[in-house]
Structure formats: structure tokens, C-alpha cells
Design a protein around this ligand. Structure first.
Ligand SMILES: Cc1cc2nc3c(=O)[nH]c(=O)nc-3n(C[C@H](O)[C@H](O)[C@H](O)COP(=O)(O)OP(=O)(O)OC[C@H]3O[C@@H](n4cnc5c(N)ncnc54)[C@H](O)[C@@H]3O)c2cc1C
Length: 535
């Protein structure tokens, strides 16, 4: 259960027709993109909107949960979803907007040190780190090559092909395999086979080269969502009890049959809830996973083929944090370390453990969590808790010995089957062009789309969702003001052909100015995110 529940204040003062509440803009989803879009509308003087959200709280994939307990019996707040601010600000350069908001709302955080790492295999601790440097060198190559592909409009390929070309071999030694997992799968929630060389590199570089290589781990006991709540309070009131925020309303249908009529939205809800809305414009911020899963029944009539093809082409990664709490007095790992990498015989099986019982995080908490992604997430999502707990404990006993205690608390979210997300965050597969991605972003008449998945440079990240919410909010505000230039439709492509050159400009969602000179933006980059010093 979410940590806080805003209660919706109901009034009967709405403009209603045909039993449907009338509004200018219906914002579907109260995650980062939806709340930021609403805030932009509100800040620009447009107050006639509703935000419709299936959950009983705002935040979406900012999803804190109470877990374990401290010595006083209070529970810790841990994050099921987003946890880090990825990239802060470069010297004098732009600041990551999420970093700004984390500062504005005083979020407690600490920078992660990915070098604070111990290695293990089935026989216990190991010291060999040579693969890290080898991967680093190959990755450097992959980035340079991505810059060349971009600037010469050459064909994209998979990260696997790119790494192979750069001399990196993923087979053999489990530590080699775990090294690649730690460098890539852990970040993208996808494998090298599943990832575009071009967009994988753009995504890393736009964040860590533009902002910084620091990754702030948010520890705030109000939850990471507090920054979004703080923004929402500025226009929805201290208790978020404004009647334009409709929680626990699941959107079932979006009917856009008549191009001259308002768009009709039906939601779940008993007779005490407003289950029907009519809007001039709709901003849909549902995750790529929700769109892929539900779009064929949700939209009436169905979305055009250029749109559904694009949505089906992009992929949804899955990232699962499995939390364990041990008796704090019996902590068996090195408390001075942040990470423990396990080189499993089975790729991706419980590879990366992270300790929160560390002086910089939650000292004395006894909390450890292990992350799995992709197919392993799908696998554990099908098992019951006891089965997963037994598997994780088996691995921990291989790493730390048979004497270690059982956990006193255990929890993990099942993102692959969560019906308001269907996955964790999106990724661009090999060969998906900028134009195809633009079709994920583009509006279908008066139905607009925004979320991390519509971000070209920052897909997967909170700041991607932020920028996309902001852009669509500004576009609609301009549209409502009658500004034809500012409020114009997004570009889309009825047909995407392999021979069409991509145009890296704002119309296609390209936000990172220095990458307009693509070669210049693509520099070799070190392997782990926190290892500073660019060449
Ligand atoms: C496990 C995990 C770890 C992550 N780690 C990080 C990280 O460390 N740093 C980072 O920057 N990003 C991270 N992310 C990504 C980040 O959380 C997302 O990019 C961001 O939160 C997406 O915001 P959004 O507004 O696009 O979508 P969402 O947050 O998904 O918002 C969409 C909203 O729509 C609602 N909705 C869906 N279907 C319906 C329906 N039918 N009717 C009504 N409402 C509906 C949902 O409930 C949700 O509230 C992580 C994500 C996950 C899951």
C-alpha cells in the first residue's frame, strides 16, 4: 500500500452533460508526466482540467512502500520504483530538473558509489576485477562507433553486435557475464541483444555527459514521490484534495469517434464516483506497457496503424528489487560496502545486491536488496514469495556461508503483471528509428501522449517523463490560447521507411542541443556510472 492517501473532496459543482463531467483537458495518469503537464497548464492560467488516476495516490512509478522495521517498531520507507536521481549538473551546465526538484523539496539522498563493490561466486568471495576494464574499453568503442553511425546516418545495430565488434565476448566465465549484466542490463532492464546501439548510447550520454555522472540514491522517509507531491500541492492544495484530482478511477475507454465532438472517457467507479468525462483534449500518460496491453480495447475506434506499430515496436524493460531485512545485530556482510556482485552460473540470476545497512544510507537497518531484470523478473513474478526467498537465501549462503540467519521481512513488487504499469521502463530496440519513436510521441488528433517512453533522449528516466509532461502541457496551453505555432500538432509519419534519413531536431523530440552535432556529443565513456573523469 502507498504510504499516504490523498482523500478526494467531492462537490456537485461540475459542468455535467449526459451524466458526464465536462472539461477542457483530461489528463490520464498522475505520475510525473501527468502531474507536471497539469502544473504547466495551471501555471499558464488554464484551470479547467481533471487528472484521472487508477491508483489511490499520485506518483505512478514513484512508488514508496513501508518495509521492515527499526528498533522503535517504525517501518522503513523503501522504493519499489524509481530510486535514483540520475545525473545532477555539470560544471556550469544545465541541471537535471529532477535534481532541481529534489533540492527544492529537500529530499534526503546520498550519492551511490558503484566502486564500493565486492565480488562473489558460488564458492564465496573472489577478487578478480579484470573484466571491468576490458568491458570499459569495449564500451568506449561502442560509443565512438554510435557517434559515427549517427553522424553518417548509418544503420543501427544491437548493443550485442556493437560489443562483439568492439572485441567484447560475453560467453564463458560467469564473472564476465555478471560484469556485462552490471554494466548494461542493470541500467537498461534489457539485454544487449534487446537494445539499440544508437539509442542506448544516446540515452546514457544525454543523461550522464550532459548533467553529471553522479547518481543520488533517494532515502527520504516521505518517499521519492515527495517532490512530485510538493509540486502538486502548489496547484491542488496542501492535502491534494482538489476535486480536479480523481484517484481510484481506472480508465476503461477513450471514445474519439466523432472528430467534432468532445472525447468521451469512461472509468471504473461505483455510483458515487464520476465515471464519465468529456474533454476537448486528452493527455494520455499511461506507460508503454499499459498501452501495449490495453490499447486495442481502450481506444474506440482503435488508434491508427502508424501509432499502434510504433507502440508495439518499442519495448518495456522490467526491473525488480527484492527486499530482505535481517536482524540488525546479525548482519553478515561488510557494512562498509554498498554493492555485492554475484557471478551466477545462470545469467542474471540474483546478480546485484545492495546494502542499505551502511553509514550513508540506513545504518542499523539490516536491509539488503537484490535486483533482477528482464526474463528473470518475469520468472520470479510467476513464483510465490517463499520460492523466491528460498532461491535468494540459497545464493546468499553460497556467498556468505551456511550460518547466516533467515530474513525477518521479505518483499518484492511484481512489475511485469502490475496492471497500471505492465513493466518498469521503456527501451529502444535495435533498428527502431527516430521517426518510428516520434510516432510513439505524436498526438492522434486531440489525444496527446506523454511519459518516459515518449522521450527521445531520456526514455526510462524520471527526467524523461518530466520533459515530456512539460512539453505537452506547454503545447496544449498554447493551443488553448489560440497560438497556432506553439500549439501545433506533433509530427508523425504515416509510413516509416528504412531509406528516410532521420532528422535530429525538436520536431522529432530531440532535446539535447549539443547532440545536434552528433559526433561531438558522443564521447567515450567509462563503464560504471560513478567513475568520473571523462577523456
Ligand atoms: C523498478 C523501477 C526502477 C526505476 N528506477 C529509476 C531511477 O532510479 N531513476 C529514474 O530516473 N527513473 C527510474 N525509473 C523510471 C521512472 O520511475 C519512470 O520513468 C517514471 O516514473 C515514469 O513516469 P510517467 O509519468 O511516464 O509514468 P507513470 O509513473 O507510470 O504514470 C502513469 C500513471 O498512469 C496510471 N494509469 C495507468 N493505467 C491507468 C488506467 N487505465 N486508468 C487510470 N490510470 C492509469 C498509473 O497508475 C500511473 O500513476 C524506475 C522505474 C521502475 C519501475
Amino acid at each position: 500500500t502507498p504510504v499516504a492517501h490523498a482523500q478526494v473532496k467531492r462537490t456537485d459543482a461540475f459542468n455535467q452533460e449526459n451524466g458526464c463531467r465536462q472539461t477542457e483537458v483530461a489528463i490520464l495518469g498522475a505520475g510525473v508526466a501527468g502531474v507536471i503537464a497539469a502544473k504547466i497548464l495551471s501555471d499558464s492560467g488554464h484551470s479547467d482540467f481533471v487528472i484521472i488516476e487508477a491508483n489511490d495516490d499520485i506518483g505512478g512509478r514513484l512508488a514508496p512502500i513501508a518495509f521492515g522495521q527499526d528498533g522503535n517498531g517504525s517501518q522503513y520507507i523503501v522504493e519499489r520504483g524509481a530510486n535514483w536521481v540520475h545525473g545532477t549538473s555539470a560544471n556550469g551546465g544545465p541541471e537535471n530538473p529532477i535534481f532541481q526538484l529534489a533540492n527544492k523539496h529537500n529530499l534526503t539522498n546520498h550519492v551511490s558509489n558503484f566502486l564500493s563493490l565486492s565480488l562473489y561466486d558460488g564458492a564465496g568471495p573472489i577478487v578478480d576485477r579484470e573484466y571491468f576494464e576490458e568491458f570499459e574499453a569495449a564500451w568506449h568503442n561502442v560509443e565512438y562507433e554510435a557517434g559515427r553511425l549517427l553522424s553518417t546516418q548509418s544503420e543501427d545495430r544491437s548493443m550485442r553486435a556493437a560489443l562483439r565488434k568492439a572485441g567484447w565476448d560475453n560467453r564463458g566465465d560467469p564473472l564476465r557475464v555478471a560484469t556485462e549484466w552490471f554494466a548494461m542490463d542493470w541500467e537498461l532492464a534489457s539485454t544487449a541483444e534487446e537494445t539499440s546501439q544508437l539509442f542506448g548510447t544516446i540515452n546514457f550520454n544525454s543523461t550522464w555527459y550532459q548533467y553529471s555522472e553522479d547518481n543520488l540514491f533517494v532515502l527520504d522517509q516521505r518517499g521519492y514521490v515527495e517532490f512530485l507531491r510538493g509540486e502538486a500541492r502548489e496547484f491542488l492544495g496542501e492535502n491534494l484534495d482538489d476535486d480536479r484530482l480523481l484517484l481510484s478511477h481506472r480508465v476503461l475507454n477513450i471514445n474519439h469517434t466523432d472528430p467534432d465532438a468532445k472525447i468521451n472517457i469512461r472509468t471504473s467507479g461505483d455510483e458515487n464516483q464520476y465515471a464519465c468525462f468529456e474533454a476537448d483534449h486528452v493527455i494520455n500518460t499511461f506507460s508503454l506497457g499499459v498501452l501495449q496491453h490495453d490499447m486495442s480495447t481502450m481506444f474506440v475506434p482503435e488508434l491508427p496503424e502508424w501509432k499502434t506499430t510504433a507502440i508495439n515496436t518499442m519495448t518495456m524493460g522490467i526491473y525488480t528489487k527484492i527486499f530482505l531485512q535481517f536482524p540488525p545485530e546479525k548482519v553478515f556482510w561488510d557494512k562498509s560496502k554498498e554493492f555485492f556482485l554475484y557471478a551466477s552460473d545462470q545469467r542474471g540470476r540474483y546478480p546485484a545486491f545492495q546494502s542499505l545497512d551502511h553509514a550513508d544510507f540506513h545504518p542499523g537497518s539490516g536491509i539488503l536488496f537484490v535486483t533482477v531484470v528482464g526474463d528473470e523478473s518475469i520468472r520470479v513474478d510467476q513464483l510465490d514469495d517463499d520460492q523466491v526467498k528460498a532461491e535468494v537465501m540459497d545464493v546468499l549462503r553460497q556467498m556468505f556461508g551456511d550460518e547466516i540467519p533467515d530474513p525477518t521481512d521479505f518483499y518484492f513488487p511484481r512489475w511485469s503483471t502490475t496492471d497500471w504499469a505492465y513493466g518498469s521502463y521503456s527501451n529502444v530496440p535495435p533498428g527502431m528509428s527516430l521517426k518510428q519513436h516520434q510516432n510513439v510521441r505524436a498526438n492522434v488528433d486531440r489525444i496527446w501522449f506523454a511519459g518516459e517512453h515518449t522521450s527521445t533522449n531520456y526514455f526510462g528516466f524520471l527526467h524523461g517523463a518530466y520533459f515530456e509532461g512539460k512539453i505537452v502541457g506547454e503545447t496544449l496551453a498554447a493551443r488553448l490560447d489560440g497560438d497556432e505555432e506553439g500549439g501545433k500538432d506533433y509530427v508523425f509519419y504515416e509510413e516509416v521507411k528504412g531509406t528516410q534519413p532521420d532528422e535530429y531536431d525538436e520536431d522529432n523530440g530531440w532535446l539535447y542541443d549539443s547532440l545536434k552535432q552528433p559526433q561531438a556529443g558522443m564521447r567515450g565513456r567509462r563503464m560504471k556510472r560513478s567513475i568520473a573523469s571523462l577523456p
